[in-house]
Design a protein around this ligand. Structure first.
Ligand code: PHE
Length: 345
């Protein structure tokens, strides 16, 4: 063992250059491997006498450190220079984007309507989809066997019972449950899924969604109803929107009305969406019938209220001019993905 040999090996190591990972590995084996230059020097070191050991011990350790550091340095340089790595792929490339889902148009409309009424001070109430006859009909002033029940074809869950279970045909049942348990005044909107035994077509479905509103307090008048609906229509369809009320009939409201908004497509000129009338029907409403208030234990001499209800699919159809209701239930991604960047009307 002599100093010059060691210096020479050290110089060789320091001057090492490698282009590929394979070359670095070969160099590591040649220097630090079992039979590598440095390893062999350490073996020789064991056999030399004490004086020499003192002289070479430190030098050899330094040589090993230099070699180890150099190999690490070469490996790191490879990684930076060529992120393609061993597999030949560029690991710095951005990944394939994961397709994000989008909100269902009915959800978008529901949230928008809830948000508008929240601003007016309304809470949100929910109730069961499987209901009993009492909450869907009886408490809402539909007498047993009254023909008004045929306005809403019902799916029964249990038949022949005094108070049979059924799939709710409207969310007015949630209003009954709210009147039963809340203290007055009441101001709620009730969004939810409803069911009617109807043939499926472009204009009707056996499952759809409604949102209903209920406001009960002292001295609530028809003027309050009109104002609430006008403000709602302007928030929903634009500040120039007009509303028009037509007399109608619901067992649970008296007087009852059907409400139209001015067509926001032709602005009253008449187009094929409003069928040339300039108006679009959007909801049913009225003053809560005193019988309905009394059935839920509310003093109809002291309190009065209004209620309104609308179909979410209908509003979404008008908003985005979708002409077939069935699109909302088929979950075709080509349809659903249209709404990720849906424009605000
Ligand atoms: N429940 C009625 C329906 O489903 C809508 C409505 C609600 C009408 C509240 C008036 C008042 O047709």
């Amino acid at each position: 063992m002599n100093r010059e040999d060691i210096e020479q090996i050290k110089a060789q190591i320091e001057a090492l250059k490698c282009k590929t990972a394979k070359e670095v590995e070969e160099a590591r084996v040649q220097i630090l491997g079992k039979k590598g230059q440095v390893t062999r020097l350490f073996e020789e070191f064991r056999t030399i006498d004490k004086d020499m050991k003192r002289e070479f011990g430190k030098t050899l350790n330094e040589l090993k450190q230099t070699a180890t550091a150099k190999i690490e340095e070469l490996k790191a340089a490879l990684g930076e220079e060529n992120s393609a790595g061993v597999s030949g792929q560029d690991l710095s490339m951005p990944g394939d984007p994961l397709p994000l889902g989008s909100r269902h148009p009915v959800s978008i409309v529901r949230e928008q309507i809830v948000e508008i009424f929240r601003k007016f001070g309304y809470d949100v109430a929910e109730g069961p989809e499987i209901e009993d006859d009492y909450h869907v009909f009886e408490a809402l002033n539909f007498p047993a066997n009254h023909p008004a029940r045929d306005m809403q074809d019902t799916f029964f869950v249990s038949a022949g019972h005094i108070n049979p279970l059924l799939l709710r045909t409207h969310t007015s049942s949630v209003q009954v449950r709210t009147m039963e348990r809340s203290s007055l005044p009441i101001r709620v909107v009730c969004p939810g899924r409803v069911f009617r035994n109807e043939a499926i077509s472009a204009r009707a479905h056996c499952i759809f969604h409604q949102i209903e509103g209920l406001y009960i307090d002292e001295n609530v008048t028809f003027a309050d109803l009109k104002q609430a609906l006008l403000l709602f229509a302007r928030e929903m369809f634009g500040p120039d929107t007009q509303i028009r009320m037509r007399p109608s009939y619901f067992p649970f409201t008296e007087p009852s009305t059907e409400v139209d908004v001015s067509c926001n497509i032709c602005h009253g000129q008449g187009c094929n969406v409003c069928k040339g009338t300039g108006w679009l029907e959007i909801l049913g409403a009225g003053m809560v019938d005193p019988n309905v208030l009394e059935a839920s234990g509310i003093d109809s001499k002291k309190y009065s209220g209004f209620a309104f209800g609308m179909g979410l699919e209908r509003i979404a159809m008008l908003k985005w001019q979708v002409n077939d209701l069935r699109h909302y239930f088929e979950n075709d991604l080509r349809f659903l993905s249209e709404f990720s960047a849906a424009p605000e009307v």
